[in-house]
Design a protein around this ligand. Structure first.
Ligand code: KIV
Ligand code: ZN
Length: 385
């Protein structure tokens, strides 16, 4: 079984979500919960971006003991110095430095030739290696980059001392098969890739961030980057809880695991949602309120007989107490009877049948039947006895 490292960027890429702004105290609270969750690396911010980010990275670096803490830098000495100043007192200072490699970014944003990009990346990594034991280099927009150019620049930054190479799908453009091919290609073609760790960093613009991350794992990625609840730029990043739970549920296929304590997932998700103000959609995989809710009669009957009929994940796995049977117009007699017993009613079959019909009439008019509705239906039938 391979262990995949989890690199959490909730506090950096996640905080880049439109409308999100966490203060240092809030960031420390999230970082502590990420440590409890067991992430390997916490990207705490972008120290050169603002004094607030610098302070937060510094405070998180001195608070967190069981996860590595890193900060982001552009390929510039000023940025690298800022990360060093914020993390130099920590046990394993780690730098994440990036430079774009796609023709679109090199031409329009960087206004550099490919050779200038190689030189800049190499100089940044060489400079960083004077301070940092671990340097991660990211090829921004890797998925729209020329493959031969990627191989060439990777070879050079590895020679310069990068020990983790990240191939981000910066704009959420790639599809799983192609992302998998990219990982396989660089493993087979970068001559000095040896012990270098390969990292995947996916965005969700086409809704494929989780699938792409899993494809990367299938093809040799050692580290997955993402955020809690999938928050992040535009449509967000890969949701780490989805990737970790998928690996657990499909261990048979991926043969890979993470160090995450999965039963801390729900708590982490709720904290991030509360502090960022970004609500988790009810139907969101793994952490949505409806992820363990069953409404239709056929499904309710199934889970009442045997949970695995309609539940591939147990709620307990992610720290949720139990599943929920929601009574609505699709619900059946089995769930209705179950709920009646749970509420303390012991009606004859005939009375229960009548109550069920009253419930169905009401359910046709109302979206969800709550306990108060059931109480009044069941009490009427009981007093008629
Ligand atoms: O999406 C991206 O390319 C990034 C880099 C800074 C790694 O977030
Ligand atoms: Zn990103």
């Amino acid at each position: 079984m391979r262990t995949i490292e989890i690199f959490d960027t909730t506090l950096r890429d996640g905080e880049q979500s439109a409308g999100v702004n966490l203060n240092t105290i809030e960031k420390i609270e999230v970082a502590k919960q990420l440590e409890r969750l067991g992430v390997d690396v916490i990207e705490a911010g972008f120290p050169a971006a603002s004094k607030g980010d610098f302070d937060a990275v510094q405070r998180i670096g001195s608070t967190i003991k069981n996860s590595s803490v890193t900060g982001l830098a552009r390929a510039q000495q000023r940025d690298i110095d800022a990360v060093w100043e914020s993390l130099k007192g920590t046990a394993e200072p780690r730098l994440h430095v990036f430079l774009a490699t796609s023709p679109i970014h090199m031409t329009h944003k960087l206004k550099m030739t490919p050779d200038q990009v190689i030189d800049t990346a190499v100089q940044a990594v060489q400079y960083a290696k004077k301070f940092f034991p671990v340097v991660q280099w990211s090829a921004e927009d890797a998925c729209r980059s020329d493959l031969n150019f990627l191989v060439k620049i990777m070879e050079r930054v590895i020679d310069a001392g990068a020990s983790v190479i990240n191939l981000p799908d910066t704009v959420g453009y790639i599809t799983p098969h192609k992302y998998g091919e990219l990982f396989r290609y660089v493993r087979e073609n970068v001559p000095n890739i040896g012990g270098v760790k390969l990292s995947a960093h996916c965005h969700d613009d086409l809704g494929m961030a989780t699938a792409n991350s899993l494809a990367a794992i299938e093809n040799g990625a050692d580290q997955i980057e993402g955020t809690i609840n999938g928050i992040g730029e535009r449509a967000g990043n890969a949701a780490l809880e989805e990737v970790a739970v998928a690996l657990r549920i499909r261990e048979d296929f991926y043969g890979a695991t993470t160090r995450l304590k999965l039963d801390e997932i729900k708590k982490t998700s709720s904290l991030v949602s509360k502090l960022t103000g970004m609500r988790v959609p009810a139907n969101k995989a793994v952490v949505g309120d409806n992820a363990f809710a069953h409404e239709s009669g056929i499904h309710q009957d199934g889970v009442l007989k045997e949970k695995t009929t309609y539940e591939i994940i147990t709620p307990e796995l992610i720290g949720v107490n139990s599943n929920r049977l929601v009574l609505g117009k699709h619900s059946g007699r089995h769930a209705f009877k179950n709920k009646a017993v749970e509420l303390g009613f012991d009606l004859t079959d005939e009375k229960l049948n009548e109550a069920f019909h009253t419930f169905k009439d009401l359910a046709d008019k109302k979206k969800e039947i709550v306990d108060e509705d059931l109480f009044s239906i069941l009490t009427n039938k009981q007093t008629e006895m």
